[in-house]
Design a protein around this ligand. Structure first.
Ligand code: TMP
Ligand code: ASP
Length: 240
């Protein structure tokens, strides 16, 4: 395997850093130990959380790659880092809800835990100044973020991912309540699943007890319990 040369920092987000490599089409993604919520207003540092999310995301992206899904993930380099295809992130968050919780419960006044007859798909505009508003397809095209053709593709992939991951987690006695994914485009305009899939970006409940194993623990103010929950998820991924 070739030696990867880590070059300059390209971008630093709330929970990850992206570095250039000697290959202009590949980047190193470094997972930090920070955890944030409420658009960055609520912050904490959790020792080694980055290691857990790197491992969990690696596991899930490898699994999705095995289904022939095009993801940015190439391979895990070390505890905290992955080698990924370089993409420009489409500034949209694609959210899928199998059970209603979080912002939709507040927005629409529906009870947390309600199972909708239809799977709910939402898009949010990634824009800190506007506080990541919920928008619709026409707004996304109006803003020049994506085309209708690309939306067709990204919704289809999102729905596939939901079907694959719902079953995958259920086999591990975890309910995939909801999740958020992001897509990016490479220099040839090919669409790749990007970013991460981890307990930071999903709601994951125990099938029997409905205990939460995700970032809602942090959102509710129990920072000290977050790592144990993420460790539990990693343990279950590695079993069976
Ligand atoms: P929400 O209920 O707050 O809209 O979140 C829905 C799902 O998307 C939940 O699993 C958390 C995830 N999510 C993120 O990962 N990042 C975000 O910025 C938002 C708003 C949600
Ligand atoms: N937009 C929020 C954030 O700052 C989402 C959350 O509460 O997880 O990450």
């Amino acid at each position: 395997m070739r030696k990867i040369i880590k070059k300059e920092l390209l971008l630093e987000g709330k929970t990850k850093k992206i570095y250039a490599t000697e290959n202009p089409h590949e980047v190193i993604i470094h997972y930090k130990d920070s955890i944030t919520a409420l658009d960055g207003l609520k912050k904490d540092f959790l020792q080694d959380k980055g290691i857990l999310n790197n491992e969990i995301t690696t596991f899930i992206f490898k699994f999705l790659n095995s289904y022939g899904l095009k993801t940015h993930f190439i391979r895990r380099i070390n505890n905290r880092e992955q080698l990924c295809h370089k993409v420009d992130i489409i500034p949209l968050e694609f959210v899928v809800r199998n059970i209603l919780s979080g912002s939709i419960s507040k927005r629409l006044g529906v009870k947390e835990g309600t199972i909708p007859l239809n799977t709910i798909f939402e898009i949010f505009y990634k824009n800190d100044n506007l506080k990541d508003p919920l928008i619709n397809d026409h707004h996304a095209v109006l803003l020049g973020l994506i085309s209708y053709e690309e939306l067709n593709i990204t919704y289809r992939i999102t729905s596939n991912i939901n079907n694959i991951l719902k079953k995958f987690f259920l086999d591990k006695n975890i309910i995939l309540v909801d999740f958020k994914i992001e897509f990016g485009k490479d220099s040839k305009n090919q669409i790749f699943l990007s970013d991460e899939i981890s307990p930071d970006t999903c709601r994951l409940w125990d099938k029997k007890t409905r205990e939460k194993f995700d970032k809602d623990i942090f959102r509710s103010g129990f920072s000290e319990k977050v790592l144990d929950a993420y460790i539990e998820i990693l343990k279950r991924l590695n079993v069976g």
